[in-house]
Every structure is written in C-alpha cells, then in structure tokens.
Design a protein around this ligand. Structure first.
Ligand code: ZN
Length: 457
C-alpha cells in the first residue's frame, strides 16, 4: 500500500513538473526582445511591407538588430544582427548616435543604415563639417523579405550622424543626415534604383562660425532637423537652432522652431508661404524666411512637422526652461498650425516629458500617441484634441505597466493597425531595454523563451 502511494505521489510530481514546464515554455510576454542597448530607437525604424512588419533597433555592442512579425501567420522572426558598428566596442559610455534606420525597397530588400557619429579624420577629409567618431554603414538583406543574412553596400559617406530614410509613393528613397558632428551641414540624397546608387549630396542647412557669446568665443551655428513624409511629393522638415559653443560641459542649448518643405518632384525647397528657398539655409536666412516661433530664453527639442486635412502644415516641439548643467528642464509639447495667413498655436496640457508621434484627423481633430509616466505607472496612450491642439483629453492606452518611461519610434511606415509604433522600456539596473511592437490591440505578444535573448535580465 505504502509503495502504491509513493508511486502515485511520484507520478503526480512528474505530471506537475511537466505541466509547470509547459506553462513556462508556453508563457507569452508583451515584448519581442530584450537586448536593445542604451537609447535604442531612432524615428524611422520600421516598415510594414506585404503582410510583414520589419523593425530595427540598437542592440548589444550598439550593433543594429532586425526583427520581423508576419501578421498572417502570427509568427516572429529574429532579431538578427544586421551589421557591425564601430561604436559600442569599448566598455564605458554608450554613444547612442548610430541608431539604425530601416527601409524596404521596391524589390522587397531591407536596407539598414547605422553607426555614424560624424566619422573620423583617418576616413579622409569631411568637406561639409567636423568629426567625432563612428562610421555611417549601409547593409542590405541578401534576399527579399528575409532578415536572416546581410551584406555591406559601400555607397555612402562615412561622415554622418542621425541617418534617416524616407520613402516616397513612387518608390524613391531619400536619405537624410548631418554630415559629421555638431559643426556640420545637414544633407540629403535620393536613390531611384532601390538604394543601389544615390544622387550627389545636397546641403539643407549650413553650419558656420558666428559671433561670440557671453561665455564662449568659439561659437558655431548648428542645427537639429526632423523629416516627415507629407502629402504627395512633399517631405516636411521641422528644425531648431543649436548654439554650438566650444566648451565643456557641452550644453544642448537649442532654440526656436523652423519649418520648410522639399517638393521631391521639383527638387525645390519652399517656406510656408510657398516661396522657393535658396539652399543651404543659413541662420540669418532661416530667421527671415522659415521661422515659426522664436522661443526666446527657452530650450527646446525638435518635434515634427505634419500636414492637416486642410493641407496646411502643423508643427510641434518640446519646450522647457534652460539648464546649463544638462539637457534643460522638463519639456512640454507646444503646437502651432498655419492658418493660411499666420502661425497660430499654444503650449498644451499634454503630459510633461511625454514624447511620441502625431496623427492628424479631420481638422481640427488630432491625436498624439505618447510614452510617459503618471505616478507609479508608465504607459503609451493616445491623447486626443478636437480644437487643433488647444486642449487634449486622454484616450486609450496601448500598454500600461510599471517602471521606466516607454520610448517611442515614429509611426511605422505604411503601418498595419496592429503594429503602429515601436516602444522600448529600460530593464532597471541594466543598460538594456525590452522592445515592444504596439498597435490597436496593444502589444504583439511573443513566447517568453523566444523574446528573452539576454537570459540574465
Ligand atoms: Zn554643439
């Protein structure tokens, strides 16, 4: 009898273990990977193409990683390492400037550009700016719609920071970047043959020496630009001005909001009044022709320019108090739109330090998707306005949890409603983040054993 009870007990134990194992192996999590490093995503980091969403982020050792989600089979693939950056190979501070940007070309090949933080003098002379480190690198998938193997394409300058792809409706692919470190022009080039070749570089804004300030003699006009596909052939640009003072610590003092657009059909730049601009734009010319608002003493970060349903531009940026010891005080979103005659706008009741992207509804409706913290809770939620951004009310949350603030990409290109945006959240006590793909149904889940690439986190 005793033996029988023991046997039954052992059998139950085995069944219980099996069940536990199955439930561990079958457990699903909200994230699809956990090896993103530092501040891991750039704006244009994802695209939906023929049933699959492709995403890229900065992973271990600052190398670019790519994952894909098939919406039909509901299967994840990757992440795969797509290339090797010069950045992130020494222990210490994470550079964070060479985050990868992604585009799918007309034949289904996936392109990633990454790794630039200005380049260095041993790579030759930088004709359009100064140096720092890293190298802009272009890789392409060896097969269409297959992220498992990659090769380097040597057809770009090494001197670049903040590389960003924009794809037009006709398949033309634009690449924008700053041609070096802080004291460099921002430039663009276009490929009309699926990134096999690119047109010669053209400068957009000019970096140049300027008058001394109260605290520094060696001062340059410098810039930060954000690029967004508008209607038809337009690429819209929101930008601000960085007073680049050669001193330590180097402050991130940035002012004003400027707007202009590129008509890609004509390859001409225009201000909001439709006046063709002489390129590249200098500080003096920008103040005269393209300024939206002079923000005075305030320090800002660039937001984005988009177009409302009436065809007029709408711009937003992040505005805060100056703080010479770091990146400035906490920032709030400020909105302006062009009425047809003038810029009109205000600061908002959106969450302080909330960051994200903006979708325009029928004017005057608009919707921000923001990552922010509210008390103990961190979330990604919609904020809706029916009055062109004068006031907002909180809408649905796509994800809600505890811990550090979710950081967001731009809206994914050609997005599927189930996969609108990439989000990352830092794993506390580490330099790594979990990566999420969020849409109208919340996060796209994945088996824990597949998502946990770094097991020790
Ligand atoms: Zn600077």
């Amino acid at each position: 009898m005793k033996r029988y009870i023991n046997k039954t007990f052992n059998l139950l134990l085995i069944i219980q273990c099996l069940f536990l194992n199955i439930s561990v192996f079958g457990q699903e999590v909200d994230y699809f990977s956990n090896n993103a490093l530092g501040n891991p995503i750039v704006g244009h980091a994802g695209e939906y193409y023929k049933g699959v969403t492709y995403v890229t982020y900065q992973g271990e050792k600052e190398d670019p990683y790519v994952a894909a989600y098939n919406h039909k089979t509901k299967k994840w693939t990757g992440p795969y390492k797509a290339g090797t950056s010069l950045l992130g190979k020494k222990p210490g501070k994470i550079d964070n400037h060479g985050k990868p940007t992604l585009v799918v070309d007309g034949e289904g090949y996936i392109h990633i550009v990454f790794g630039g933080h200005g380049g260095s003098p041993e790579m030759g002379k930088n004709p359009l700016g100064n140096y720092n480190c890293g190298k802009q690198i272009h890789v392409v998938s060896k097969r269409p719609m297959d992220i498992s193997s990659w090769e380097v394409v040597d057809n770009l300058t090494p001197f670049a920071t903040y590389s960003q792809f924009i794809k037009m409706d006709n398949g033309d692919i634009y690449l924008f970047f700053r041609h070096g470190a802080h004291r460099s022009n921002w430039v663009y080039q276009v490929s009309k043959d699926n990134c096999k070749t690119f047109s010669p570089l053209k400068s957009i804004v000019k970096a140049k020496p300027t008058a001394p300030t109260k605290i520094c003699n060696d001062v340059y006009d410098s810039w930060y630009l954000d690029f967004h596909k508008g209607n038809n052939n337009d690429i819209m640009v929101a930008y601000n001005y960085h007073v680049c003072q050669n001193m330590r610590p180097h402050t991130s003092e940035r002012h004003n909001c400027y707007y202009m657009k590129l008509d890609t059909e004509k390859d001409e730049w225009y201000n909001v009044e439709g006046e063709a601009l002489e390129m590249p734009v200098t500080k003096e010319y920008a103040d005269k022709k393209t300024i939206v608002i002079n923000t005075g003493e305030k320090w800002g970060h660039i937001g984005r320019a988009t177009v409302n349903s009436e065809g007029h531009p709408h711009v937003y940026w992040y505005d805060g108090e100056p703080n010479h010891s770091n990146h400035g005080g906490p920032k709030k979103i400020t909105n302006y739109h062009w009425t047809g005659k003038k810029w009109s706008g205000n600061d908002t009741n959106l969450p302080v330090e909330g960051r994200g992207d903006l979708r325009m509804g029928d004017h005057p409706s608009m919707y921000y998707l923001l990552g922010y913290n509210e008390g103990e809770s961190s979330k990604v939620a919609w904020w809706n306005s029916k009055n062109a951004g004068k006031s907002f009310s909180k809408g649905e949350a796509l994800i809600e949890g505890k811990g550090p603030t979710f950081k967001l990409s731009n809206f994914i290109r050609n997005a599927h409603p189930d996969a609108r945006i990439i989000a990352t959240q830092k794993i506390e006590g580490t330099d790594y983040s979990k990566v999420f793909l969020l849409g109208d149904q919340g996060p796209i889940k994945r088996l824990k054993k597949e998502a946990d690439i770094l097991i020790n986190n």
